[in-house]
Design a protein around this ligand. Structure first.
Ligand SMILES: Nc1ncnc2c1ncn2[C@@H]1O[C@H](COP(=O)(O)OP(=O)(O)OP(=O)(O)O)[C@@H](O)[C@H]1O
Ligand SMILES: [Mg+2]
Length: 300
């Protein structure tokens, strides 16, 4: 067998069973209605990012927690089908798996109800941290802060570059995690919660002062604002112009692509463009792109 030369990215964080109903209308008041179609599949910030790593040509190892209920095992199977290594995930005894009901109307407008799960265990002792020694990058989201903190500290001690999806969560969680990470890549609401009352550039500067090498905020079709410790002048990577049909998960895919590009040691401007292209294609198609699709967009 040929040796596996793919870069290894370890991803840690949320995995959710998404139940997606395509409906004519999101009806009020509550009543009985038919869905036009239905899809069941893996979602969650870090899980979506993991699928992106895998589809874009990386070897992704995912660390997350599901319950040993009806949703848990099928959810891990769905991730495995996308090429993600889920063999080290935790199937928590007596746990309830996170699930979402996603209603999508014909215009692509969404209404989402999320259940974050129960009894999944916050203790990170089971994480096989030494797997990070063989990885070229580590990515996490803030949905399991205890696990993220433990793995970020381990990766830093080993010199493995780390990335966080600085999404919406409690301010204290972001304040705790950001100083532990090399690349802090926020969403607009995440950045506002990290540094309440500060302008984006000032908030990113704070992340650099706290020890990050790169601080960035993704701003949808306005592109990505970023700066580095070596050169704290704000830079902007424009978004690729696409006809967006479903922007769900564009940010998650951006982060997966970003972590893979870091693992491949791409220079930082190129990392931003690579991740932007992947995010744009996800917004265009509502599906995670392949490597060939991203490279075609980068060439065009
Ligand atoms: N409509 C779009 N057109 C082109 N590129 C887009 C579009 N939406 C997102 N992107 C790309 O994906 C990146 C991430 O998107 P965005 O900033 O919307 O993430 P987010 O706010 O975290 O949302 P979510 O996590 O729900 O996908 C953007 O910086 C951009 O490069
Ligand atoms: Mg996001």
């Amino acid at each position: 067998m040929a040796p596996d030369l793919r870069p290894v990215v370890v991803c840690l964080g949320s995995v959710v069973m998404d139940h997606t109903f395509h409906v004519e209308d999101i009806v009020q008041p509550p009543s009985k209605n038919r869905a036009r179609s239905y899809a069941l599949g893996a979602g969650g910030l870090a899980a979506n990012a993991s699928i992106a790593v895998s589809r874009l040509g990386g070897h992704c190892i995912f660390w997350g927690r599901v319950g040993d209920d009806l949703n848990g095992r099928p959810l891990l199977d769905a991730l495995a089908e996308q090429g993600v290594d889920v063999s080290q995930c935790r199937l928590a005894p007596g746990g309830r798996t996170p699930v979402s009901a996603v209603l999508v109307d014909p215009m692509g407008e969404r209404s989402i109800y999320s259940y974050r799960g129960e009894n999944l265990g916050t203790e990170p002792d089971w994480l096989p941290l030494d797997r990070i020694d063989t990885a070229q990058a580590f990515l996490c989201d803030p949905r399991w802060p205890e696990g993220a903190a433990r793995a970020l500290d381990y990766a830093r001690a080993k010199g493995v570059p780390t990335v966080i999806d600085g999404e919406k969560t409690e301010t204290r969680i972001l304040m705790d995690l950001i100083p532990r990470v090399d690349h802090a890549v926020f969403s607009v609401p995440g950045l506002a919660l990290y540094a309440p009352g500060r302008k984006p550039v000032e908030a990113l500067r704070r992340a650099l002062e706290e020890g990050c090498q790169v601080a960035a905020v993704t701003q949808g079709e306005k592109g990505t604002l970023w700066m580095t410790k070596a050169d704290p002048t704000p830079q902007r990577t424009p978004a690729f112009r696409v006809h967006a049909t479903n922007t769900t998960g564009a940010g998650d895919v951006f982060h997966g692509a970003y972590a893979l590009a870091i693992a491949e040691r791409q220079p930082i401007e190129q990392v931003m463009r690579f991740a932007s292209a992947a995010g744009a294609l996800r917004a265009r198609d509502g599906a995670t792109p392949t490597r060939a699709m991203v490279e075609e967009l980068l060439r065009g």
